[in-house]
Ligand binder design. Sequence first.
Ligand code: MN
Length: 289
Amino acid sequence: METKQIKNVLKAPAPHMVGDGFRVHNFFPSGYEIDMSPFFLLDYGSKIEFSARKNPRGVGVHPHRGFETVTIAYHGAVAHHDSSGNSGVIYPGDVQWMTAASGVLHKEYHEENYSLTGGPFQMVQLWINLPAKDKMSKAKYQAIKQADMAHFDLPENGGKIEIIAGNYQEIKGNATTFTPIELYNARLNKGGEAVFNFPRNFNTGFMVIEGSVKINGSENIAADHFIYFDNKGEEIKVEASENSVLLILSGQPINEPIVQYGPFLMNTEAEINQAIEDYNQGRFGYLEE
Ligand code: MN
């Protein structure tokens, strides 16, 4: 099997605030022009200390259409509510997979008790595009608790791979997806090693969340960097130089035109105009502020 080589190691772009609760580095599409389809957006909330506060920080009611938002918690806790009637809290290690598809309103705030005490906060939010045929399907919500997550224990106490979606060593992740997607958290102990295999045409990247790793025998790559791979070769070897956490993304590209307008991700201008009209007419449902 041919080695999949690193194309680029990208450092975190300057952060910006989403609402008053999320300080994020946008690696793509704004920070870097890289093709990670079906992953359209990666907002990385690097570790930050929030002070204690009675009224939770966050983002108020806003719409989405045409894609999925996937939120992965590493530190802190986030409460979510949406207009389909789904709600939940994600704690460190948990994943929330919200399929907006034809449209939802949602709001995302720091969970009340976390807000009252404050403390470290670190999250990732991905926007995963949907193919044209699924953009107007029904909204859906998958809550995946870390305790229930499928995982593979690496040999020699190397750590574990938590499979959010896709398969690792024939262990299948809990999330259902519309297109082929591999999404894992690799939690490696110092000296731990793991090997990954992805089809050469899949767009692949690793977000280093914690620690530092060597890839295919490279120099150390530290936390807060995104490792972007070539669309050649299949096999990637990772070695943890210290206890490390990596978010691993690989997916089959969706080769369709994209038109984005704020929180809407469609194929044509006409569909964007329809989304704006539907939103203005209240067709995304109702959610209390
Ligand atoms: Mn949102």
